[in-house]
Design a protein around this ligand. Structure first.
Ligand code: NG6
Ligand code: CA
Length: 500
């Protein structure tokens, strides 16, 4: 009897110990930040002291990737552990799209829920809401983040440049007025609100020629799509990051006694860039640079809060971006004219939308002072791997038919090994590439070589492309003709993975 009792006590102690060791996780996901946009990644034109501090106390990855060169597919992969190009309808979503994440499968947040965490999302969502496009914005918006694993959600539905420009907290638009109901339409003008195309004199920031972004004007900025009503609910761009930061901090504070997973998804430096007054003009690089400083400040505020609450040591902070950088993405915000020699993609070629490296090779920093080693790693990891890696860390098994593209990279993520993935697929806007042993093959593609609107090289070429990233990270010398065997091998492997 006594033996049984002792066994029980020792089990209990180890359970409690494990419970204590479970780290809180704050996943900070920023929007359109490039490989060369942070001072810890080498830029001398922007100073990001808070993110640099995070890098100093953790691991900084030089070969980390989002799955895709735009937002929705990268976020789809993060949530599901599946490559987005396997499923139609995972491209950049309109602001009234239906939810594209299945509600009956394991997702990254539901994994944390199963492990006893409180889970929350604050910030950009862009994975759809409800089960159809025609939505009752004034009612219960469901299914959404709360149905795929988040106990708490405070989001905006799509992008900052798409209507409706409102916050949604747990199924409901925040500050909705029953006498001023919201209507949204992506095909035709709705209601009487002025639009960028009809009333350019009302704009405080003009859209770039040919980009669109000239539908309903909200806060002096033309958006994509039309909305009417909800005037009290509409956000002010200058305030929005402060609102998100306050909500993120509130979530941390509410859950300080138990393990929590916070997905804090910032809009910076995505367009429209309209930073808070305290950051306007601070970077000397225009609003894009100012937005990056604002983002760095918000990261610092979260770090400070965790320290003040005594949670810093056992909280893992992950910092990353959903895709590469872009300068002119729709508004005349001086991102190009005030660039001042800054290179948002660092030495990489391409940018947002591109199959070249700058599309998906993004900054990734992981700091968990209690566990992670400190340093810089070349391990190849993808954001799609978080699901399998956390499944391993939290000891929560997923069904073998789920998250099948996600690989357990826990040791690499914690800096215990520099061995990452051997193979990775990169998704540009219209073509795929495969990375293996630092050789990169881009499949031939007849689509345009340039996104002329954004002035980005897309990486499309009717001929196969092969680059040796060990020697040529800038993808300048196409070696496909010199290594036809390797080209075939990689093309076949890509095909095989596509068919899996
Ligand atoms: C594009 C928008 C761009 C941006 C992007 C989504 C045009 C011409 N451009 O279609 O401004 O909103 O979608 O960005 O409409 S993402 O980071 O959310 O993928
Ligand atoms: Ca993005």
């Amino acid at each position: 009897m006594r033996k049984l009792y002792l066994l029980f006590i020792s089990c209990l102690t180890s359970c409690l110990l494990f419970a204590q060791q479970k780290p809180n996780v704050v996943f900070i996901y920023v929007d359109d930040l490039g490989y060369g946009d942070l001072s810890c990644y080498g830029t001398t034109k922007i100073n990001t002291p808070n993110i640099d501090k995070l890098a100093k106390q953790g691991i900084r990855f030089t070969n980390a990737h989002s799955t895709s060169a735009t937002c929705t597919p990268s976020r789809y992969a993060l949530m599901t552990g599946l490559y987005p190009w396997r499923k139609a309808g995972t491209g950049v979503l309109p602001g009234d799209a239906a939810l594209i994440i299945p509600t009956d499968k394991t997702t990254l947040p539901s994994l944390f829920q199963k492990a006893g965490y409180q889970t929350g999302i604050v910030g950009k969502w862009h994975l759809g809401l409800g089960d159809k496009r025609e939505k009752e914005w004034n009612g219960e918006l469901k299914p959404g983040p709360n149905e795929v694993g988040f106990d708490y959600s405070f989001i905006f539905p799509a992008t900052a440049d798409r209507v409706p420009t409102v916050f949604v907290e747990n199924h409901h638009v925040v500050a909705l007025d029953a006498n001023d109901l919201i209507q949204v339409d992506y095909n035709k003008k709705i209601g009487n609100d002025p639009t960028g195309i009809e009333n350019p004199e009302l704009l405080k920031m003009h859209s770039s020629p040919d980009h669109g972004h000239n539908n309903t004007i909200v806060n002096g900025i033309g958006r994509i799509g039309y909305m009417s009503g909800g005037n009290k609910a509409r956000w002010t761009d200058e305030e929005m990051p402060l609102t998100f930061l306050a909500k993120a901090k509130e979530f941390i504070d509410t859950n300080k006694q138990r393990p929590f997973f916070l997905y804090y998804s910032l809009t910076e430096p995505h367009v429209p860039r309209m930073p808070s007054t305290m950051f306007k003009g601070k970077s000397n690089l225009g609003y894009r640079g100012d937005a990056i400083l604002q983002m760095d400040w918000a990261v610092g505020e979260i770090m400070k809060q965790l320290e003040n609450l005594g949670l810093a040591k056992n909280t893992m902070i992950i910092f990353s971006s959903d895709n590469g950088p872009v300068l002119d993405d729709g508004y005349q915000d001086e991102a190009v004219s005030k660039l001042n020699g800054h290179t948002p993609a660092g030495i990489l070629r391409g940018g947002k939308y591109s199959t070249f490296e700058a599309g998906t090779r993004i900054p990734l920093i992981i700091s968990w002072p209690a566990k992670t080693k400190v340093g810089v790693t070349k391990a190849v990891v993808s954001q799609i791997d978080f699901l399998a890696s956390f499944s391993n860390l939290l000891k929560i098994k997923t069904n073998t038919s789920e998250a099948t593209d996600s690989e357990n990279m826990l040791d690499a993520l914690l800096g215990k090994t520099s061995k990452g993935r051997t193979v990775l697929i990169e998704q540009g806007t219209t073509s795929l590439a495969i990375l293996k042993d630092n050789w990169k093959y881009i499949e031939p593609n007849n689509r345009a070589a340039m996104n002329v609107l954004t002035n980005t090289e897309l990486g499309n070429n009717p001929q196969p492309q092969l680059y040796d990233l060990n020697k040529d990270l800038g993808e300048r010398e196409n070696l496909a003709n010199q290594y036809p065997k390797l080209v075939n091998e990689l093309a076949e492997l890509l095909q095989k993975i596509k068919n899996q």
